[in-house]
Every structure is written in C-alpha cells, then in structure tokens.
Ligand binder design. Sequence first.
Ligand SMILES: Cc1cc2nc3c(=O)[nH]c(=O)nc-3n(C[C@H](O)[C@H](O)[C@H](O)COP(=O)(O)O)c2cc1C
Length: 159
Amino acid sequence: MIDPTEMRRVLGHYASGVVIVTAAGAAGPVGMTMQSFHALSLDPALVALFPAKSSTTWPQLAPAGRLCVNVLAMGQAGLAQAFARRGENRFAGLDWQPDAGGAPMLAGALAHISCRITQTYDGGDHHIVVAAVEALSADPTAEPLVFYRGTFRALAAPI
Ligand SMILES: Cc1cc2nc3c(=O)[nH]c(=O)nc-3n(C[C@H](O)[C@H](O)[C@H](O)COP(=O)(O)O)c2cc1C
C-alpha cells in the first residue's frame, strides 16, 4: 500500500503547467484549477484531464459538455489559488469572453483550448476525461506558470 501523502510528495517532482478548466454552467460560469491536463492525440485532436471524484465543481462542468482549458501565464498564480478554493465566487471581477461553446476564455491566459467531452473513464479516485479539440490559440510572447513540488514557479531559462 502506497501512502497517499508519499504518492503526492514524490509525484510532485513531475513539473507541470497549470490550467483553469471552465464551462458555461447551468447557473453561470464555472471553473476549477487543474494540473493533470495533457495532450493526448494529434489526429484526431484529443486532450485528457483528470478531475477528482470528490470535486464539487466537476459535476457542474461536465453537463455543459464543452470546456475551455485556460493555460495559465506566470502572473496568474493568484487566479490558480482562487479557482481551487471552495465557496468562493471565482469569477468575481474577472475579465473573460465566451468561446463558441459559451465556456469562459480567461483574459491573460497563455493558451485557450476549446473542447468537447467525448469519453469519461474510471481512474481510481479521479475521472479520466477525454475531450475533442474544437479550437485553440496561444500567446507566444507570454511566460507560463509552473507547478513543482507543491509551489508555483516561473520557468527557468532555456538550457
Ligand atoms: C496547482 C493546482 C493543481 C490542481 N490540480 C487538480 C487536478 O488535476 N484535478 C483535480 O481534481 N483537482 C485539482 N486541483 C484542486 C482543485 O482545483 C480543487 O480541489 C477544487 O477546485 C476544489 O473545489 P471543488 O470541490 O469545488 O471542485 C488543483 C489545485 C491546484 C492549486
């Protein structure tokens, strides 16, 4: 039996970007911060994300069917924290525009990936969600927000 705290500590050595996944919820815009987001397939264009089964936000995102994955820029760590807090009005005072599916595209994000959920599989205490990419764009001039060993970081210089 692997201790969950140890699992989190060791896997935290795998650095990643940070995204906020959004959708047009039944009662307005919804979104949550996620680290477990991946490119899955080029042809067809698919992405994968792994929301926790314990999340109270995912059941509001999933019925929309269409999501926007907002890849966060270096200056958006505060946003990442706000979208991971329960009970907060996460969109208060936020600048965003709806994509073609109505999902919020957050201003200042590094990239926006609009997608449609196609499959959901069981992944232990998480769901494995596969989504087909419908539109995407990126700002090549912005720097990414990095998550490593439980803390937000800036990307180091190229080696
Ligand atoms: C940097 C970071 C990465 C996260 N990655 C994930 C993730 O991949 N999957 C997930 O379910 N939750 C992830 N979370 C936690 C969710 O954002 C958070 O638990 C959730 O929004 C809490 O509210 P909820 O219960 O309303 O969903 C992450 C949080 C942070 C700060």
